[in-house]
Design a protein around this ligand. Structure first.
Ligand SMILES: *Cc1c(COP(=O)(O)O)cnc(C)c1O
Length: 370
């Protein structure tokens, strides 16, 4: 599904040297590499504050803690997403309210958000799924009307840009009160271990998030809040510094592969190629097709037998997961799109190193299925 080794080999010398430099500096935690990466990412995203942390799940948790959300507060998020988004809501004893997906973009549906709002709603967590922005125009409008916080889960979409109807364009993660991301190796900007970050344009929220990520500490050995220990280490920061200047090229390569797939499948009536929202650029963390009238799991085994990996993101709606099911809250009839997506989506190999030869083989093999 990804070729991390191929990507490394192209920048091997720089990566090797910078890692060695960190080893020799012995500044393994909170070293200068972390501070430089923070600044470079702020510039890239055009956001005032980046707070590096240990992973994308922590980033979500720290953002929610920094907003001062209290047990019982309701947080609206997507039913069709990775578990991390909803996990931290549960972990903080907040009440996750899962809502329906848009059948075209697969992202959170603004009408479903409106229907889910109660007097206890405090925040909305849109996820920019597969690399394309959620409908941030509507999300921000709803948030303003109801005085809600917005935390954008940007783990799959770093570098994507969203254009509002007034013509302003912003980088995802810099639109809501907080943005969060993951530097898990296979993410679009991945390190060689775990890593994550929180973004905000709000000075006070930045101070709060920074404090929480560092044991709730205001100055050394003074702890004003209950916090966590969540750090990006210097070796990961140096890898990310080496890769950040290539991120736009990585995004371009992913788009070239996506265009190739789109073209090859345009005449396949049992496949629906990814919808491109004209308001968002797409950074193609995943290239995800919707199958129509074929057995998706049979297709996956067929491909696997021919050496083409394919994955299902995600096979089970969160409201069917034991940890998050709640019969008093959720009925299947409210989640027709989500349930349909879980049964019909399939993701093909998508990374920065796909060759034309590989793309030809993959698309030819897919078409042989029927
Ligand atoms: C990967 C991912 C996360 C979690 O990131 P980790 O660094 O693995 O903790 C959160 N949300 C989404 C949507 C993701 O894809």
């Amino acid at each position: 599904m990804v070729d991390l080794l191929g990507q490394y080999e192209k920048i091997k010398e720089q990566i090797d040297n910078s890692i060695l430099e960190v080893v020799r500096s012995s500044k393994y935690i909170n070293g200068p590499e972390v501070a430089s990466f923070k600044q470079e990412l702020e510039q890239y995203l055009n956001v005032k504050h980046v707070i590096p942390c240990a992973n994308g799940t922590d980033a979500l948790q720290i953002a929610m803690m920094a907003l001062g959300l209290k047990p019982g507060d309701e947080v609206i998020t997507a039913n069709f997403t990775y578990v991390a988004t909803v996990e931290v809501i549960g972990l903080l004893n907040l009440k996750p309210i899962l809502v329906e997906a848009d059948p075209k973009t697969f992202n959170i549906n603004p009408d479903a958000i409106r229907n889910a709002i109660t007097p206890r709603t405090k925040a909305i967590v849109p996820v920019h799924l597969y690399g394309q922005s959620a409908n941030m125009e509507e999300v921000m409008k709803i948030a303003k009307e109801h005085n809600l916080f917005v935390i954008e889960d940007t783990a799959q979409a770093i570098g994507a840009k969203y254009t509002f109807s007034d013509g302003t364009t912003e980088t995802v993660g810099a639109i809501g009160d907080f943005g969060t991301t993951s530097f898990f190796p296979s993410k679009n900007l991945g390190c060689y271990g775990d890593g994550g970050a929180i973004f905000t344009n709000n000075d006070e929220l930045a101070v709060a998030a920074k404090m929480i990520a560092n044991h709730g500490q205001s100055k050394q050995y003074y702890h004003d809040k209950v916090g966590v220990n969540s750090r990006l280490d210097s070796i990961q920061a140096t890898v990310l510094r080496a890769k950040l200047p290539h991120l736009d090229t990585y995004i371009k390569n992913r788009n070239i592969a996506a265009d190739f797939y789109d073209n090859a499948f345009s005449d396949v009536e049992w496949l629906e190629t990814p919808f491109r929202d004209p308001k968002s650029t797409h950074v193609f963390h995943q290239y995800t097709l919707k199958t129509k009238g074929v057995d998706r799991d049979e297709l996956r085994s067929f491909l696997s037998g021919k050496g083409v990996p394919a994955m299902i993101y995600y096979p089970v709606p969160l409201h069917h997961q034991k940890a998050y099911s709640d019969a008093s809250l959720y009925k299947d009839s409210d989640f027709e799109n989500t349930i349909d997506l879980c049964k019909s989506v399939i993701s093909l190999p998508m990374h920065t190193e796909l060759t034309e030869e590989e793309l030809i083989y993959i698309t030819k093999t897919v078409k042989e299925f029927k």
